[in-house]
Ligand binder design. Sequence first.
Ligand SMILES: *[C@@H]1O[C@H](CO)[C@@H](O)[C@H](O)[C@H]1NC(C)=O
Ligand SMILES: *[C@@H]1O[C@H](CO)[C@@H](O)[C@H](O)[C@H]1NC(C)=O
Ligand SMILES: *[C@@H]1O[C@H](CO)[C@@H](O)[C@H](O)[C@H]1NC(C)=O
Length: 299
Amino acid sequence: MLRSATFPFFLLLVIALLASVSSVLSRQSTKCSPKILLFTKTAGYRHDAIPTAVKTITDLGSGRLTPSALDSSVSTATWTTVNSEDETDFEDRAYLNQFDAIVFAFTTDVDPPGVGTILTDAGVANFMSYIEAGGNFVGIHSSTNTLYASPAYGRLAGGFFSYHAGSQKVSLKAIGSSHPATSKLPNPFNIKEEMYHLRSNPRLLPSPAHVILTNATAYPDPGGTHREGKPQPLAWWREGGLLDVNSTALGGDLDGQSNYTGGAGRSFVTTLGHEIATWSNDAFQGHIMGAIAWTIMST
Ligand SMILES: *[C@@H]1O[C@H](CO)[C@@H](O)[C@H](O)[C@H]1NC(C)=O
Ligand SMILES: *[C@@H]1O[C@H](CO)[C@@H](O)[C@H](O)[C@H]1NC(C)=O
Ligand SMILES: *[C@@H]1O[C@H](CO)[C@@H](O)[C@H](O)[C@H]1NC(C)=O
């Protein structure tokens, strides 16, 4: 009698123990889930696509959107998105530590340097310190049109924006096929986009940019300063030495602030995303998911 009453009691105890262990484990996996700071503050031009981009990036990270054009290495990636336009986030160095990547999407400043800026000097110093400590960075669309007064940021992003051709239908081409941000793009990838030109060639940084997307065909372009090298860089990644600078003059824009060096993390920049409609394009969603997931994968 005692035995048969004791057995279910032990069974219940075991079940209760298992349940509490699994709840601890799931709390831990929630805690370990990567987290990104999605910064969308603007001091200059403000893009209409910002709310759509924030929703899409948040949904991609939470698994609510699963692009079919997605590299298998990132198909199960998830992250938690914290969207902010508050520059005081960057004035608290410890606050930045919780993020696996800082994402600048559609950030803009006013050029010439120092006229308008989205971060205070203390904010820039903390941001660069976060990168020096191994933090990761993702830049989307006008991220290169930001923080002109900070050469170290220019190096992190790969270069500063020069000008763009007007938004128009363009044919793009992935260079190589092994990066998760481009491996599943149709070839050519046809979208409506602004084509960005830079003031320096991101491939000439000591930790050179690996350019993985360019234009497949020519397009009407009003012309301007082209120092970005050929083929035209539209998306690129860098790993390690993110803030390093050498004596190669990169148009002068990237040379100052050489006290910020190193940065063992990853940096991924795509200049695409201008049009609201682009954010519901399945291949583009795969591009963004591949970019963010690759960048935070190492941490
Ligand atoms: C700077 O780095 C680039 C890219 O690695 C290299 O091509 C260039 O020669 C370097 N310049 C100097 C002066 O070391
Ligand atoms: C890319 O576009 C530029 C500007 O129109 C053009 O000079 C270049 O030839 C194009 N590249 C290709 C591969 O068509
Ligand atoms: C780096 O140098 C700049 C001036 O070029 C200065 O404003 C900044 O405080 C320095 N940062 C550090 C961390 O020493």
